[in-house]
Design a protein around this ligand. Structure first.
Ligand SMILES: NC(=O)c1ccc[n+]([C@@H]2O[C@H](COP(=O)([O-])OP(=O)(O)OC[C@H]3O[C@@H](n4cnc5c(N)ncnc54)[C@H](OP(=O)(O)O)[C@@H]3O)[C@@H](O)[C@H]2O)c1
Length: 262
């Protein structure tokens, strides 16, 4: 169970090698989190991430999960929750999952994806369809538990699609709207949905790209997530100033917006 400060005892990360997710896990393990499931595509990096969290004192497990294989999500993710299908979960019956962090995603390559529609579809399927499927499986399980937080990594890129990044941006816009609606649907169920909108974060996803203004770190996103959990926030911007920047950008007339160097 979460404590009075919203700190979870158990955490399920979807996208187990995400640098933002792992910074969040480290921060939460330093507080109260003891059990961590890292769901992701099997790889040495996923195993190394689980090993690293174990070295910090967590009971961490790698779980095979592919966002694109939506047909497997119910089975792969559902069984991590207590009482799934009338069976005990793999870890035994000692507890529920207090927090799910939806952290998988791909940035794609805008120029290539515009030329190759199948590549663009892959971005859309990982970031939107895959997230819809996995989030619903987890949300339904959390609803059955009657408590927990579903934290979804959206992006400022979804707030207003930019011409240089509109394939990724539109997938995040869809995810963002979905997650907000899911939060409304779960209101009153005991399950809390928090949408996180980071700007440019220095991770392997953005390696080699020119930094955007207000660029930040995975650790800063992790801190904002922890603060958001404590406050039971529904929307978190990282850094917070982006809320005002994007609010202004949203209202820039389109003819002007398309000429901005964004
Ligand atoms: N970095 C930024 O500037 C930024 C800004 C705003 C929002 N975000 C969002 O924050 C989230 C985490 O980003 P990050 O910066 O931590 O990126 P990251 O370190 O590159 O992590 C991305 C994660 O997505 C996983 N993934 C990709 N395709 C997958 C699939 N088909 N099935 C399962 N997992 C898959 C990767 O797993 P593999 O190891 O298998 O590749 C990896 O764990 C993403 O949703 C991203 O869009 C990032």
């Amino acid at each position: 169970m979460k404590d009075a400060f919203g700190a979870p005892q158990s955490l399920l990360i979807l996208g187990g090698t995400s640098e933002i997710a792992l910074a969040t896990a480290r921060r939460l393990i330093a507080r109260r989190t003891r059990t961590v499931y890292l769901a992701g595509r099997p790889s040495p990096a996923l195993d190394a991430a689980a090993e690293h969290l174990r070295s910090l004192g967590a009971d961490a497990h790698a779980v095979s999960f592919d966002a694109l294989d939506t047909g497997s999500h119910e089975e792969v993710l559902g069984k991590l929750f207590w009482g799934y299908g009338g069976h005990s979960p793999e870890r035994g019956a000692e507890g529920d999952i207090d927090m799910v962090l939806v952290a998988f995603g791909v940035l794609g390559d805008q120029a290539r994806d515009e030329r190759e529609p199948l590549s663009a579809v892959q971005v859309a399927q990982v970031n939107y369809t895959g997230a819809v499927s996995a989030s619903l499986v987890c949300a339904n399980a959390l609803r059955r538990q009657g408590h927990g937080s579903l934290v979804v990594l959206s992006s400022v890129a979804g707030e207003r699609a930019r011409r240089g990044n509109f394939i990724y941006g539109s997938s995040k816009a869809g995810l963002d709207a979905f997650a907000q609606g899911l939060g409304d649907s779960l209101h009153g169920s005991g399950v809390h949905v928090m949408v996180v909108r980071p700007g440019f974060v220095r991770t392997k996803m953005t390696a080699g790209l020119p930094e955007a203004p207000l660029a930040t770190t995975p650790e800063a996103v992790a801190e904002a997530i922890e603060t958001g959990l404590r406050r039971h926030a529904e929307m978190v911007w990282v850094p917070g100033a982006l809320r005002f920047v994007m609010s202004a950008l949203r209202h820039v007339p389109r003819a002007l917006f398309r000429r901005l160097p964004v």
